[in-house]
Design a binder for this molecule. Sequence first.
Ligand SMILES: NC(=O)c1ccc[n+]([C@@H]2O[C@H](COP(=O)([O-])OP(=O)(O)OC[C@H]3O[C@@H](n4cnc5c(N)ncnc54)[C@H](OP(=O)(O)O)[C@@H]3O)[C@@H](O)[C@H]2O)c1
Length: 315
Amino acid sequence: MTSILLAIMGWDPKGWEQRFRALAPQHDIRVWPDAVGDPADIRYACVWKPPAGLLAGFPNLKAILSLGAGADDLLADPELPDVPVVRIVDPDLTMRMTEYVVLHVLMYHRRQRLYDAQQRERRWLEHSQPVASEVVVGIMGLGVLGTSAAQMLQRIGFKVVGWSRTPKALPGVEAFHGARGLEPFLRQSEILVCLLPATPATRGIVNLDLLHKLGRHGALQGAYLINAGRGALQVDADILAALEEGSLAGAVLDVFPTEPLPIESPLWGHPKVTITPHNAAQAVPQTLAMSVLQQIDRIERGHPPENTIDRAIGY
Ligand SMILES: NC(=O)c1ccc[n+]([C@@H]2O[C@H](COP(=O)([O-])OP(=O)(O)OC[C@H]3O[C@@H](n4cnc5c(N)ncnc54)[C@H](OP(=O)(O)O)[C@@H]3O)[C@@H](O)[C@H]2O)c1
């Protein structure tokens, strides 16, 4: 019997505990903070935002498994034990993010907010709509989530360009990479979709300078931002400034430097901003617990885990 710890902050751990117990009755499931038992028993820690220093208290850990796709919070722990850190890659999580991206790209492309406003005024007025193939969506981060969103957007007709750290070849997607590829990527992008991880290299990347480089004279006649990566990527004040001066026509924000978004933030009431509470791709135990347990199973069978975080680059 292998002892697995669930340490979850900010979400209700009950559903995770039930799902782990149902799927892995052969394992000993312990739940932080009340039912940890002897810390020396614990081999795997399955975590979401555990307090810094907590994991250092388990001397026999074989791996840490993040219950979310990002691991930036974990890597910020200066006492993080030196064992593999595994992040979630799961078809359900990926599809949820693809839904979010497609939903909001279409909201801009089909000018749905304009029609919502007209409906409130009982106005029957049709506006022209560009051909999807003339609208360029730029995906920052061509990883698991960015690739899936790019492929779906292509299937419904959009022109897709992408940007990543290392070179990528995705059929039909014009791919740019690295510092030199950033500006030509941005110049084409009318709707910028940010699906980067938060790392030392990406913090604050969505700033006024970057927003000024977006393509504002394409088919949509304006530039739009969708950030569903991490809040640390964006500078809220710069997004507001870009909206005020008109260089940005709209922003959909799922993530923020401070979460929950403080009640006094001017983003809340801004007419060109759409806010969601960091749920673009909700992590639900029904599907994700199985992905986590599969990685534990791999390690137990002597195989290296998949989807490990490279601590040197931060994702
Ligand atoms: N809002 C939500 O609900 C939610 C849910 C899940 C995940 N997320 C966020 O989404 C992020 C992406 O997830 P994922 O599974 O797609 O991650 P991933 O597979 O690791 O992909 C990350 C992508 O970002 C690129 N990248 C990283 N650093 C870069 C840099 N300095 N310059 C240019 N490109 C860079 C990577 O480039 P390479 O391909 O060259 O490595 C890769 O294409 C997660 O880290 C998490 O923060 C948010």
